[in-house]
Design a protein around this ligand. Structure first.
Ligand code: NAG
Ligand code: NAG
Ligand code: NAG
Ligand code: NAG
Length: 242
């Protein structure tokens, strides 16, 4: 196992760090992804998500995210998504490696058992250190074109190599949704997201999801809002800044 970067290791007490950060993947960032587009693996039988053709959009970033999906209970007594918060770790140096598609499972089991701090607190701590392995933050903003409703944003402006670059973000709109081929009751859908704003990418995919699904029913007016932990990959294609 590769030694933990000092910056991450010092954030938490040893016990907490060993359950969550004892990760051999936390050791490198900013590798070249030119020949790694095939690390996006979509189920062959589906038509909902369409990978970019080679020579069209190149793979520019890959992040492994951990965070929460937020839900509120609707009048029809089921949960609807009202946002998400996640931290993305740079996976460019592991794309194409034999362990790549096993990592979401491993991170998910660590994340659901890491009860020492919220994802917001982790993001805050990591922000102060800003190690190169931190790729971006994912959250929701008001839809910038209609001014109504929420749009997902991936924000690369305050971490890693794009730190301080105000164009280093992606605000998207859903273009395709596929029930998880792993366990659709536990794991949120895989997604294809098109560009509304930002220069970091032209298209984003959410894949290899673990967790994030709410309970199937709730009681309107009684059930509180909930946050459900999840892990996924995000693949960023294209973009005009690299
Ligand atoms: C290239 O990608 C864009 C999406 O950014 C798509 O609209 C276009 O059809 C693609 N072209 C080819 C030849 O695949
Ligand atoms: C909630 O339930 C209603 C009525 O059964 C259904 O139409 C809707 O798709 C459900 N929404 C979600 C998010 O499952
Ligand atoms: C999601 O829920 C968490 C609490 O678990 C909260 O701190 C965060 O602001 C929420 N974010 C969104 C976008 O709903
Ligand atoms: C952390 O919290 C989750 C959800 O409440 C629980 O299932 C899990 O057992 C807890 N893990 C530890 C190590 O306490």
């Amino acid at each position: 196992m590769v030694a933990l970067p000092h910056a991450l290791h010092t954030l938490w007490p040893a016990a907490a760090a060993s359950t969550f950060w004892s990760w051999s993947w936390l050791h490198a960032a900013n590798c070249d992804l030119t020949n790694q587009a095939s690390s996006l693996v979509l189920p062959q039988t589906q038509i909902q998500l369409v990978a970019p053709t080679p020579n069209n959009l190149t793979l520019s970033s890959v992040g492994l995210a951990f965070g929460v999906q937020n839900y509120t209970c609707t009048q029809t007594n089921n949960f609807t998504n009202i946002g998400a918060v996640a931290e993305l770790i740079d996976m460019s140096c592991l794309a194409g490696s034999s362990v790549f598609h096993d990592l979401p499972d491993q991170l998910y089991s660590s994340w659901v058992n890491f009860n020492h701090s919220s994802v917001q607190d982790i993001i805050g701590h990591l922000h102060m250190r800003n190690p190169p392995e931190i790729l971006a933050q994912h959250y929701f903003i008001t839809n910038p074109t209609t001014g109504q409703g929420l749009s997902p944003k991936w924000d690369f402006t305050s971490s890693g190599k794009f730190n301080g670059n105000s164009n280093a973000f992606f605000v998207g709109k859903g273009e395709g949704s596929l029930p998880s081929p792993n366990d659709p009751k536990q794991d949120i859908n895989w997604l294809q997201v098109g560009n509304l704003q930002g220069k970091i990418a032209d298209m984003v995919f959410r894949t290899d999801t673990r967790g994030g699904q709410p309970p199937s029913s709730c009681e309107f007016g009684k059930s509180p809002d909930i946050s459900v932990k999840y892990v996924s990959y995000y693949f960023f294609f294209g973009g005009s800044i690299h």
